[in-house]
Design a protein around this ligand. Structure first.
Ligand SMILES: Cc1cc2nc3c(=O)[nH]c(=O)nc-3n(C[C@H](O)[C@H](O)[C@H](O)COP(=O)(O)OP(=O)(O)OC[C@H]3O[C@@H](n4cnc5c(N)ncnc54)[C@H](O)[C@@H]3O)c2cc1C
Ligand SMILES: *[C@@H]1O[C@H](CO)[C@@H](O)[C@H](O)[C@H]1NC(C)=O
Ligand SMILES: *[C@@H]1O[C@H](CO)[C@@H](O)[C@H](O)[C@H]1NC(C)=O
Ligand SMILES: *[C@@H]1O[C@H](CO)[C@@H](O)[C@H](O)[C@H]1NC(C)=O
Ligand SMILES: *[C@@H]1O[C@H](CO)[C@@H](O)[C@H](O)[C@H]1NC(C)=O
Ligand SMILES: *[C@@H]1O[C@H](CO)[C@@H](O)[C@H](O)[C@H]1NC(C)=O
Ligand SMILES: *[C@@H]1O[C@H](CO)[C@@H](O)[C@H](O)[C@H]1NC(C)=O
Ligand SMILES: *[C@@H]1O[C@H](CO)[C@@H](O)[C@H](O)[C@H]1NC(C)=O
Ligand SMILES: *[C@@H]1O[C@H](CO)[C@@H](O)[C@H](O)[C@H]1NC(C)=O
Ligand SMILES: *[C@@H]1O[C@H](CO)[C@@H](O)[C@H](O)[C@H]1NC(C)=O
Ligand SMILES: *[C@@H]1O[C@H](CO)[C@@H](O)[C@H](O)[C@H]1NC(C)=O
Length: 728
């Protein structure tokens, strides 16, 4: 697992030093605690035979494998970029790097279908694909799997379609619960949530966990209805909507999570619960935007349905004649973003692409925007100022602006193609950008030019210099009418103009160090300017930088603390774990792929200003233990569970430097009250978080406590080197 381990060591170099004993880790094949064959057989019997011991589908391509079959392999090669094909396989995923690229399809000459010439030589192995899969078709299958895996200390993953960008649907040595075969779809004219004291009923759809967006929409079309689904047809519903969920309909009709009315969920302790705003309402809140794969396994969701709208689809395609049209191009991009709030207010929503050298010979721009129930002439009126500008710039750009109107959404959506997946290694970073952050077209041009495609060979860049920018003008500004407070995705979504992604790829088969440097470039050089552009927003959990720093705040903002409590309530044994999911801090994914408990300091002795025995398990996962592991002891800080300073230390910065690193990070945007960090080490004042955001610091501030030294609260010394001492 060289590739994955490289990323993980970059991510948490110090945590790898944690010398966890075997019992602190999940059980893995070849460990004494791994269940015996007869245990697995008994488990299979309890599942009525639904247990699969999977083999990677591309194993048929490898002459060393007993099932080698070139004809079967040619089918796998033809389907490898097809996301629906990965979804119908028990283990295959869209981004096989998370499985350690351990068995990608190859040509007879040994080159992989994505161009790694050494793939054949490396051979085919299980890698990080699960060891066993429950082909779940009943609540009992799921409950039994969770209870059994918990009792055996086996890692559990949940796979629906396998679309997850950060590889949340696979894991080394795991038992996978595969939800694809929960297949029911039901249109409901008069849905009423169980136990809720509300009058009236609503139009809804009851969708089993394995249903994809396009399958749900095709069924709704038969009832002249729509449900909000992902923009890409093959995306599932549960992973998508639990993480927030955007689509072609979401500005007008709400995010996927907004439209959740009720769900049936199996908790990690095996209880089968109905969650809605009136029963198990904490769980309902958590799955309405707080991420999939961590609170339990959802069996079915009930989502709001609407009468289908008349749908207009507008495309704008802009091209430039030569690669030297660069300044004009970025100026135009800045201009278009300053226009977007107007377009959005006028009803446009959808996706856009900023592409250029070296990925393509010249710069181009494309959008596909949808409008619903808008009178004829709307597009023309909205486009008039943009077309005027494009006509003025006719020397630099060609363009086509087309639109069609159809009587229903399905008439348009049924033509949508799935994006290609598994096409090779790529790293993503993203940020929610507010209208304010994009209001100054010159600044937008400057920032996007800095991180985007470029024809300048001297521009500092990652090793392959091939970034592509993807814009998503799909956020819903409106809270749902159905229990608006029970939504847990980042509140910044409501004021988001564009969920913005930067992608960089690498040729398959390059050295792990080079892949690591692409990830670093994405995190530090490409996504960081976006974080600075919109410091007071966040990022989309499902389409994120796989190494997003301070991810708890970035994905969930003020909701993190409550989500964490709900996770601990329903999954006290941390049976479910996924990368950068709520509550994932309690385990670290080691270099060898194992999940092992993070050891930290015990409760702090306030009198003596020291931490308890460092080997004590801080199940709250503050991560401070890592500092000691890497040679530093820290003695004067309050329990700072869930703040992210320790991650800076993981980056190799010491605590003192971590404070300096505050420069340019979102902290200083957050105060509404103008309080400051008195006497910081650099002598500057910085605003700190205000009270009321659920954050510890805010509370302290609300109590009149300050960060300055000598006020008895001891936050001040944290900025000074004198407050650290070498452990041992
Ligand atoms: C090609 C492509 C296009 C995309 N387009 C969009 C888009 O238009 N809009 C958008 O918002 N996102 C989009 N995404 C991102 C998408 O939201 C995520 O990949 C999401 O994870 C998909 O969830 P899923 O249910 O399909 O399945 P998976 O990827 O298999 O699951 C994702 C996560 O959800 C968890 N999960 C899945 N099912 C359950 C369940 N039943 N119970 C509990 N946990 C579960 C899994 O454990 C995992 O952690 C796209 C991704 C790809 C690859
Ligand atoms: C991952 O791949 C590398 C290189 O192919 C290999 O050495 C390593 O053993 C693999 N790890 C796992 C867990 O399969
Ligand atoms: C589980 O049982 C079924 C039916 O008896 C069998 O077909 C299947 O191979 C078993 N699975 C495993 C992993 O042994
Ligand atoms: C993609 O895979 C699905 C599921 O296997 C299949 O139905 C579909 O035909 C495939 N698409 C193409 C273009 O092969
Ligand atoms: C291997 O075969 C594929 C498919 O025929 C071809 O595209 C590729 O160039 C070949 N690679 C080498 C190293 O010969
Ligand atoms: C999973 O279970 C379904 C329903 O029982 C069955 O049709 C399907 O063949 C099974 N899939 C695999 C890969 O075993
Ligand atoms: C439901 O209707 C009753 C009777 O009209 C009314 O008293 C009550 O306030 C309504 N409840 C809600 C939640 O709207
Ligand atoms: C716009 O319409 C023209 C004429 O029908 C067509 O040639 C062109 O491809 C369309 N452009 C886009 C971006 O759809
Ligand atoms: C781009 O180069 C062409 C010649 O190759 C030149 O005519 C044109 O003026 C240049 N455009 C810009 C914007 O520099
Ligand atoms: C709007 O445009 C459509 C398609 O071009 C046409 O059929 C319809 O009659 C127009 N409606 C009005 C009110 O002009
Ligand atoms: C980030 O950019 C700097 C220059 O701005 C460059 O030196 C560095 O190599 C880049 N980092 C990566 C990982 O590409």
């Amino acid at each position: 697992m060289r590739y994955l381990s490289a990323f993980i060591s970059y991510l948490s170099s110090s945590s790898i030093l944690v010398s966890a004993s075997r019992s602190d880790c999940k059980c893995y094949p070849n460990d004494a605690c791994w269940p015996s064959k007869s245990d697995w057989d008994a488990f299979n019997t309890s599942l009525s035979g639904a247990l699969i011991q999977p083999i990677p589908p591309a194993s048929v391509c490898y002459p060393s494998q007993h099932n080698h079959n070139e004809e079967a392999c040619s089918i796998i090669r033809s389907q490898w970029f097809n996301s629906s094909w990965h979804a119908q396989d028990p283990i295959s995923i869209d981004y096989p790097i998370w499985a350690n690229n351990s068995c990608n399809p190859i040509f007879p000459n040994g080159t992989s279908v994505t161009g790694d010439p050494d793939a054949g030589k490396k051979g085919c192995s299980l890698g990080n694909y699960p060891v066993y899969v429950v082909n779940a078709t009943s609540a009992e299958h799921v409950a039994e799997a969770l209870k059994w895996a918990g009792s055996k200390n086996v890692r559990v993953v949940v796979k629906n379609t396998g679309h997850s960008f950060p590889g949340r649907s696979v894991g080394y040595g795991s038992l996978s619960i595969w939800t694809h075969n929960f297949r029911a779809i039901e249109y409901i004219n008069d849905f009423k949530p169980i136990s809720c004291p509300i009058n009236g009923t609503q139009r809804a759809a009851r969708l089993a966990a394995g249903i994809t967006g396009v399958e749900a929409q095709a069924e709704m079309a038969k009832h002249d209805s729509i449900v909000v689904i992902g923009g890409n047809p093959s995306v599932g519903l549960v992973g998508w909507l639990t993480g927030g969920g955007h689509g072609a309909l979401s500005t007008t009709y709400g995010m996927g999570a907004d439209n959740l009315l009720e769900a049936t969920i199996v908790t990690p302790t095996g209880e089968i619960l109905t969650a809605n705003p009136c029963q198990n309402s904490d769980l309902f809140f958590a799955i309405r935007g707080g991420g999939g794969g961590t609170y339990g396994v959802v069996l079915e969701v009930v989502v709001k349905a609407y009468s289908t709208p008349q749908t207009t689809f507008h495309t704008l395609a802009i091209g430039s004649p030569a690669p030297n049209v660069s300044k004009e191009y970025w100026d135009l991009i800045g201009f278009l973003h300053a226009e977007m709030p107007r377009l959005k207010a006028g009803g446009m929503q959808g996706y856009y692409f900023i592409v250029g050298p070296p990925a393509t010979p010249t710069y181009s721009f494309l959008w596909g925007f949808y409008l619903y129930d808008k009178p004829n002439g709307t597009v023309e009126a909205l486009m008039a100022p943009i077309e005027a500008r494009l006509k003025k710039d006719a020397a630099f750009f060609t363009y086509q602006s087309n639109h069609t109107t159809a009587p229903t959404f399905w008439d348009v959506f049924k033509e949508s193609q799935n994006e290609l997946v598994a096409t090779g290694g790529a790293a993503y970073g993203s940020r929610l950008l507010s209208p304010e952050s994009l209001g100054d077209s010159e600044r937008t041009a400057k920032v996007f030019k800095e991180i985007g495609p470029s024809n300048d060979p001297l521009k500092p860049n990652g090793p392959f210099s091939n970034p592509v920018l993807l814009g998503h003008m799909i956020a819903s500004p409106n809270e749902p009418s159905y229990y608006p407070d029970a939504v847990s995705f980042h509140p910044a979504w409501r004021k988001t103009l564009a969920h913005f992604i930067v992608v960089e790829g690498w040729p398959e088969g390059v050295a792990p160090e080079i892949i690591r440097s692409v990830y670093t470039d994405i995190t530090s050089n490409k996504t960081e300017p976006l974080r600075k552009l919109a410091p007071d927003t966040g990022a989309y959990f499902n389409e994120c930088d796989s190494f997003e720093p301070e991810w708890q705040t970035a994905f969930f903002g003020p909701h993190y603390r409550r989500l964490r409590q709900i996770k601990e309530k329903y999954d006290p044994g941390a049976i479910l774990w996924c990368r950068r999911c709520v509550g994932s801090e309690v385990y670290t994914e080691q270099e060898d792929g194992r999940l092992c408990r993070v050891k930290g300091y015990g409760p702090r002795d306030r009198e003596k200003r020291v931490w308890g025995d460092y080997s004590e398990d801080v199940s709250a996962g503050s991560g401070w233990g890592k500092r000691k592991e890497s040679g530093w002891n820290h003695k004067a800080i309050e329990d700072v569970n869930e703040n992210d300073w320790h991650k800076r230390a993981e980056d190799g910065n010491e605590w003192k430097n971590a404070i300096d690193a505050v420069d340019g990070n979102p902290w200083h945007g957050r105060s509404e009250e103008g309080h400051s960090w008195a006497r910081r080490s650099d002598g500057e004042e910085r605003q700190i978080w205000s009270a009321g955001d659920g954050n510890e610091w805010g509370k302290r501030e609300a109590q009149g406590q300050n960060w300055s030294p000598g006020d008895g609260q001891n936050w001040g010394p944290a900025v000074g080197a004198e407050d650290m001492e070498r452990a041992n």
